[in-house]
Design a protein around this ligand. Sequence first.
Ligand SMILES: Nc1ncnc2c1ncn2[C@@H]1O[C@H](COP(=O)(O)OP(=O)(O)OP(=O)(O)O)[C@@H](O)[C@H]1O
Length: 195
Amino acid sequence: MEATRCRPLVLSGPSGCGKSTMIKKLMAEFPGFFGLSVSHTTRKPRLGEVNGKDYHFVTREEMHKMIKAGEFVEHAEYATNIYGTSKRAVQSVVDKNQICLLDIDMHGVESLKLTDLNPLYFSIQAPSIKVLEQRLRLRKTENDSSLLHRIESARREIEYSKKPGVFDAIIVNDVLEDAYAKLKELIKEEIAKVQ
Ligand SMILES: Nc1ncnc2c1ncn2[C@@H]1O[C@H](COP(=O)(O)OP(=O)(O)OP(=O)(O)O)[C@@H](O)[C@H]1O
């Protein structure tokens, strides 16, 4: 009999709440258990990048066609290039019997809910907007305008997370080790499926 497939794992929440930090911790503690979907992009490959491994490199025409056909969970344009996470790319991680990790915003969550990928949805949150802002400042990746933009969308993400039934759990990332322990507890059934 075929083993039960692992449900993908969505970590959503404002920029700076700690999604990437949690993802890195999971991948380091459980090598091979988790997988990231390979994104599509219209950007040209950099030296050493492999098509289908680093990205699915496609033309703008192909990308637009896929967007129109509703093939993406989310897509966005950065610096003249379009990037997208396709439903098929998520499914192919599931098919390898890995837990597919998805770091997506509220629009991505809404569109995933229309698929049959059946993920677990967790909202990661900082203890307060003030703390979130401090963390983003300390990370030194933002200028004043991008910081403001992130804080504004953080407020929208926090409001969204209060909508009943959207998330399976809300994890407040105050002390990192505690938040990480809570996350592991919540996904232990999925981890057991890989083992
Ligand atoms: N519990 C914590 N306590 C203190 N600092 C933290 C904690 N969790 C994460 N950080 C730090 O906060 C910053 C933001 O975390 P991270 O980059 O993981 O956020 P993110 O949600 O992935 O953001 P983005 O959506 O912008 O990529 C990082 O510098 C990280 O090291």
